[in-house]
Design a protein around this ligand. Structure first.
Ligand code: UDP
Length: 237
């Protein structure tokens, strides 16, 4: 089995690292994610990762109880750096070479985001972890993931989630909910399907970046997606 793609951007939400513990980073989950990531690096695919921070801090939530949104978003972006460093450590323990690049400079901790340098790392087979989102408040790491995917010319964005993909209604409330295998960006926007925020979906639509939403909790799923097996929901034109 070989990879269908040469270059991929993987979006991991902060929750993917949280496990069932409700907050922070779960060591077992971190190891699991690192193993899953290694399984696709072994397929000779160039891989970049954008990590979220929702397991630690979300700007929108903090601003809802009175904190200035920009400050809260700065905190959220720093949370993604914590997760990125944890993931880097877990990957290196599995002998996967990585570099973290941050959209907010912190030279002592990680490289700054420099596109050409990121491309060089990818060409050398290093996994590049993009931390601190886009570096701007009022955005999400989903939007940052689409942005970075386009900048590095990734062929696809894989959005790892805890559900199998999109359904036409909530499968937890409606036993008749039907799984959606493929759907257009426009339909996701029109039906306001909450798979990513609208800014991220619009950016992907305007720039023709296909997305696959899949369940990371199913072991081996990520490899299946990369090898072109019929897993998850594909969002495209
Ligand atoms: N954030 C931001 N700008 C960005 C990306 C993230 O301000 O470009 C902040 C925002 O406060 C967000 C938090 O970082 O709530 C964590 O990111 P996100 O909620 O996207 O994480 P995820 O849901 O993927 O865990």
């Amino acid at each position: 089995m070989g990879s269908r793609f040469k270059r991929i951007l993987l979006k991991l939400s902060g929750e993917a690292l949280m496990g069932d513990q409700g907050f922070g980073i779960c060591p077992n989950m971190l190891t699991y994610v690192a193993e899953e990531v290694r399984s696709i690096v072994e397929l000779d695919v160039q891989l970049a990762i954008v990590v979220g921070g929702g397991n630690i801090f979300r700007g929108v939530a903090a601003s809802s109880f009175g904190m200035e949104r920009t400050s809260a978003d700065h905190m959220g972006m720093l949370a993604t750096v914590l997760n990125s460093l944890a993931l880097q450590d877990a990957l290196e323990k599995k002998s996967v070479q990585t570099r973290v690049q941050t959209a907010i400079s912190m030279h002592e901790v990680a490289e700054p985001y420099i596109l050409r340098r990121a491309l060089r790392h990818l060409e050398k087979g290093r996994v590049v972890i993009f931390a601190a989102g886009s570096g701007n408040p009022y955005f999400t790491t989903d939007t940052a993931a689409v942005l970075r995917a386009k900048e590095i010319h990734a062929e696809i964005l894989l959005k790892a989630t805890k559900v199998n993909g999109l359904y036409d209604s909530d499968p937890e409330r409606n036993a008749d909910a039907r799984f959606i295998k493929t759907i257009s960006f426009m339909e996701v926007l029109e039906r306001q399907l909450r798979v990513m925020d609208m800014t991220a979906i619009s950016l992907a639509m305007d720039n023709q970046l296909p997305l696959v939403v899949f369940n990371l909790k199913e072991k081996g799923n990520i490899q299946k997606v990369v090898c072109g097996e019929d897993v998850g929901t594909t969002i495209g034109r």
